[in-house]
Design a protein around this ligand. Structure first.
Ligand code: ARG
Ligand code: ASP
Length: 724
C-alpha cells in the first residue's frame, strides 16, 4: 500500500509513468494500415523498430518495389509471389473454394491434399484471378476540384462518380493497365490503384484439412493455434508475360519481384511488416455508431447464429450426409459468429465506447472554437440526433436479416421470384422453358447442399426468436400465418416445408418443365416465395428510413474524419481499410490473456500432435505427419528437434489480410498471415496494442509440409531461401 508521503507518491507515480510509457512505447505495437505510397513518413519510426531496408524497396512507383510481389487473391484474400516463376503463396482457407471446384469423390483433396509433382500436374482453376497493384497515386485534386464541404447528397455523389469514370478511363488509356479509384478517409481523399489482373491461375499445392484447417472452428480466431493454413498457386501469362484467359500455351508468369524466404526464424521483439488487402475497418466512427455495433448488431447476430449453429450441429452429428452438405456453410456462419463474440468482448474490456465518449467531449470543446472547421461544432450533435430514434429499426432489420433470412428456404424464395419474372418476359414456349431451366440449374449449389429437415428445424427455432423479439412490427403476412396456426411453429413449419417446391430440384423441375401460366400460379402460391416476398415488402417499408440514416451518417462521418484530422495535425492518420493495398508494421509478440506467460509467441508441431484426437475430424493429425514427427524428420526446417508451426505479432490486420506476407526487417518472408486473436478482433473499431495480434503460419512449417509431407521439393528449388 502506498501511503507514505505525497512526494514519495508522486515520485513513484512518475517512475510508473516513465516505465509504462517505455513499455507502451512505439516499439511495442503499431496501430495503422498505411497506403504503401506514403511509407516515407514512417521510415524513421520503422527504422527505430528495426527495419533495415529503405522504404523504396517496399514500394516504388518505378516498378521495382515489393508491391509487385503482393496480389489480391480472388476477391477477398491476399497472396505473395515467392519465386521467379510466379508461384503464389496464400492461405488454405483462401484456396478452399477453388479446391472445392476441383475435388470429387475420386479426388478428395480435402482429405488427401494435393501437391503437383511437376509443372504439368498443376490444375487450372476456373474463374480465379490475382491482381497486382503496380502503382498508387493520390488523385484527390482531380476528383474533388471545386467541390466544397457543403455539397452533399446525390448531387455530390453523381459529380464524383462521373469524374471517377473519366479519370479511370484516362489512366487506363495512358498506362494500358486497369485503374480503380476509391474514396479514402470517408471521401476526403481519392486514390487510384493502377493494376493488372491475371486470369490463368493454377493450383500447385494444398495440404489436407488435417493440416490446413487443423483445429477447425474450435481454434478459429484463437491463439494458441496449430493450423498450417497455407496453399500454393501459380500465375500463368501470355507470351508477353501479360494477363490472358486460360490457354495451354500460357507460360508461368515471369516475376521480377518475388519474396526471398528467410528460414532462419525470428525472436520475440523482431520487426515485422504485413503487406495486404484489409477489407473494412471503422476506426473513426462516433460512439453512437459503435454502440449500435456493440449493443445491437453484434449481439443479435451472435444470438441468432448460436441457435442456428446448434440446430445444424445436431443434424450434422446425426448424419454424415448432412455433415458434408453443411460443413462449408457452417464454417462461414461460424466465422462471423465467433469473430463478433471476440469483438464484443474486446470492446468491453477496453471500454471502447466510453473512450469514444471521452474523445467526443474533447472534440466538441475544440470544435466549439475552431475557426478553420466551422462545420465541426454541429457534427456530433447532428449525429446524436440522427441516431436518437434509429435503434429500433436497426434492431428490427438485423433480426430480418439474421433470423428470417437466415432460414435457407426463405432466402431461396428470391430464386422463385426470378422464375416468376421469366413468365413476364413474353417468351415463346421454348425460350421460356430454356430460361426457366437455366434459373433452376443455377440453384444446383443450393440443392446439392440443402437438407430440408435440418432447415425446417432452423425455421422453427429462428421464427420463435423473431416473434419473441420483434412482436410489434412484423410483416402482416407473418402475423396472420402465426395466428392461423394457433401460434404454434410446428404445424406452420410442417405446411411450409411440405408445400414448397424448393425441397428438391426434381419437385421444382416437375412444375417448371410444363411451363404454363398455371405453373406461375404454383410459384406464387409457394410458401417460400410468399414468405420471402412478405419479408421483402416489409423491408421496403423500413429501408428508406434506414438508408436515409446511413446516408446522413456517411456525410457527417466525412466531416467528422476531416475535423478529427484537423484537430490533431501532428498525428499521421491512416485511412480505414477499403480492400486496397496496405502495409502495417509491428513486432513478433506473444499474447498472454490469462496471466503469467501462459501462451508464448510461437507454437510447434509437437503441440499440434499432442492435440491429436482421431474421434474428431478437425483434430485428426494425418498419419504421415505423425510419422514425420516421430522421426523428427523435419529436413532443413526444424530447430533443435522442434518444428515451429505458427506465431503471433502485433500488426494491425483485418479480414482480407488472410494470406498476407509477413516480412522481417530485411523484407524477407517469415510467414503467412491468416487470422487474429479472439480478444483483439475489435481492432476493426479500436486497436489495443496489448490485445491485438495477427496470427501467421511459420514459413518453415510451410516448407516442411511441402517438402516432407507433399514430396514437392521441386517447388522449394525454385524459391530463394536465405537465413539457413
Ligand atoms: N478466421 C479466419 C478469417 O476470418 C478464417 C479461418 C478459416 N477457418 C475456419 N475454421 N473457418 O477469415
Ligand atoms: N481470417 C481473416 C481473413 O480471412 C483475417 C483476419 O480477419 O484477421 O482475411
Amino acid at each position: 500500500m502506498f501511503s507514505k508521503s505525497k512526494s514519495n507518491y508522486l515520485l513513484i507515480k512518475g517512475l510508473i509513468f516513465i516505465f509504462c510509457n517505455f513499455c507502451n512505447s512505439p516499439a511495442n505495437a503499431k496501430e495503422g494500415m498505411w497506403i504503401p505510397a506514403t511509407l516515407k513518413a514512417h521510415e524513421k519510426d520503422m527504422r527505430s523498430m528495426g527495419l533495415q531496408i529503405p522504404v523504396e524497396q517496399l514500394y516504388n512507383k518505378d516498378g521495382t518495389g515489393m508491391n509487385n510481389a503482393v496480389v489480391l487473391f480472388g476477391r477477398g484474400c491476399t497472396g505473395e509471389v515467392i519465386s521467379p516463376q510466379g508461384l503464389v503463396l496464400t492461405n488454405h482457407h483462401c484456396g478452399y473454394g477453388s479446391v472445392q471446384g476441383l475435388s470429387s469423390t475420386e479426388h478428395d483433396y480435402f482429405a488427401d491434399g494435393f501437391f503437383a509433382k511437376n509443372i504439368n500436374e498443376e490444375l487450372p482453376v476456373n474463374g480465379l484471378t490475382v491482381t497486382f497493384i503496380r502503382r498508387i497515386e493520390n488523385v484527390t485534386d482531380r476528383i474533388l476540384a471545386g467541390i466544397d464541404n457543403t455539397l452533399k447528397g446525390a448531387i455530390r455523389d453523381s459529380i464524383i462518380a462521373r469524374r471517377i469514370t473519366a479519370a479511370e478511363k484516362d489512366i487506363k488509356a495512358s498506362t494500358k493497365m486497369d485503374a480503380m479509384i476509391k474514396p479514402y478517409f470517408e471521401g476526403n481523399q481519392y486514390w487510384v490503384a493502377i493494376a493488372e489482373t491475371y486470369r490463368d491461375i493454377r493450383l500447385v499445392g494444398f495440404p489436407p484439412n488435417g493440416i490446413g484447417a487443423f483445429g477447425g472452428d474450435v481454434e478459429n480466431w484463437m491463439w494458441p493455434r496449430h493450423t498450417g493454413d497455407f496453399s500454393m498457386f501459380r500465375i500463368y501469362a501470355d507470351a508477353d508475360n501479360k494477363p490472358a484467359g486460360y490457354s495451354k500455351n500460357n507460360k508461368p508468369y515471369r516475376a521480377d519481384q518475388y519474396f526471398k524466404i528467410n528460414a532462419g526464424g525470428y525472436k520475440e521483439g523482431d520487426f515485422t511488416l504485413v503487406y495486404g488487402f484489409p477489407g473494412t475497418t471503422q476506426e473513426y466512427i462516433s460512439s453512437y455508431e459503435l454502440k449500435q455495433v456493440y449493443n445491437i448488431t453484434d449481439p443479435i447476430s451472435i444470438d441468432a447464429r448460436t441457435r442456428k449453429l446448434d440446430v445444424w450441429t445436431k443434424h450434422m452429428n446425426a448424419s454424415r450426409d448432412i455433415f458434408i452438405k453443411y460443413t462449408s456453410k457452417r464454417a462461414g456462419v461460424a466465422n462471423g459468429w465467433k469473430k463478433w463474440q471476440g469483438e464484443v468482448l474486446g470492446l468491453k474490456l477496453n471500454n471502447a465506447t466510453g473512450k469514444k465518449e471521452q474523445f467526443e467531449k474533447a472534440f466538441q470543446k475544440w470544435a466549439d472554437t475552431s475557426k478553420e472547421y466551422p462545420l465541426a461544432k454541429t457534427i456530433l450533435p447532428q449525429m446524436k440526433e440522427a441516431a436518437s430514434n434509429i435503434d429500433p429499426l436497426i434492431t428490427l432489420d438485423q433480426y430480418n436479416k439474421e433470423a428470417v433470412l437466415g432460414i435457407e428456404l426463405i432466402q431461396q424464395g428470391a430464386e422463385l421470384g426470378k422464375l416468376l419474372n421469366c413468365f413476364r418476359l413474353n417468351l415463346d414456349e421454348r425460350a421460356l422453358r430454356d430460361t426457366l431451366t437455366k434459373v433452376v440449374n443455377s440453384m444446383d449449389g443450393f440443392f446439392k447442399n440443402y437438407d430440408a429437415a435440418t432447415d425446417k428445424d432452423v425455421f422453427m427455432t429462428l421464427m420463435v426468436l423473431y416473434f419473441n423479439k420483434c412482436d410489434e412490427t412484423l410483416p402482416p403476412m407473418f402475423e396472420s400465418e402465426y395466428k392461423a396456426y394457433g401460434q404454434d411453429m410446428k404445424p406452420w413449419a410442417q405446411d411450409v416445408y411440405s408445400n414448397t417446391l424448393l425441397t428438391s430440384k426434381e419437385k421444382l423441375m416437375s412444375v417448371i418443365t410444363k411451363a404454363t401460366a398455371a405453373d406461375s400460379a404454383a410459384i406464387i402460391r409457394d410458401p417460400a416465395w410468399q414468405l420471402y416476398n412478405a419479408m421483402n415488402d416489409h423491408r421496403k417499408t423500413i429501408l428508406p428510413q434506414l438508408s436515409a440514416y446511413y446516408t446522413r451518417m456517411k456525410y457527417l462521418n466525412r466531416l467528422y474524419t476531416q475535423a478529427q484530422m484537423g484537430m490533431n495535425k501532428k498525428k499521421i492518420f491512416y485511412p480505414n481499410a477499403n480492400l486496397t493495398l496496405r502495409t502495417t508494421y509491428g513486432q513478433v509478440k506473444g499474447l498472454d490473456p490469462d496471466g503469467p506467460a501462459k501462451y508464448s509467441f510461437q507454437t510447434t508441431l509437437g503441440e499440434a500432435v499432442a492435440l491429436d484426437d482421431t474421434t474428431q475430424e478437425i483434430f485428426t493429425v494425418p498419419k504421415k505427419l505423425k510419422e514425420l514427427y516421430k522421426k523428427k524428420d523435419y529436413g532443413r526446417w526444424g530447430v533443435n528437434g522442434t518444428m515451429p508451426l505458427a506465431f503471433v505479432a502485433s500488426n494491425h490486420t483485418s479480414g482480407g489480410n488472410s494470406g498476407s506476407p509477413v516480412l522481417n526487417a530485411k523484407g524477407e518472408l517469415i510467414g503467412t498471415n491468416f487470422d487474429r486473436a479472439y480478444e483483439g478482433t475489435m481492432s476493426d473499431y479500436y486497436f489495443d496494442p496489448n490485445r491485438c495480434r495477427n496470427i501467421s503460419v511459420d514459413i518453415r512449417y510451410t516448407l516442411f509440409i511441402v517438402e516432407k509431407f507433399g514430396d514437392a521439393g521441386w517447388l522449394i528449388d525454385e524459391m530463394k531461401i536465405v537465413g539457413k
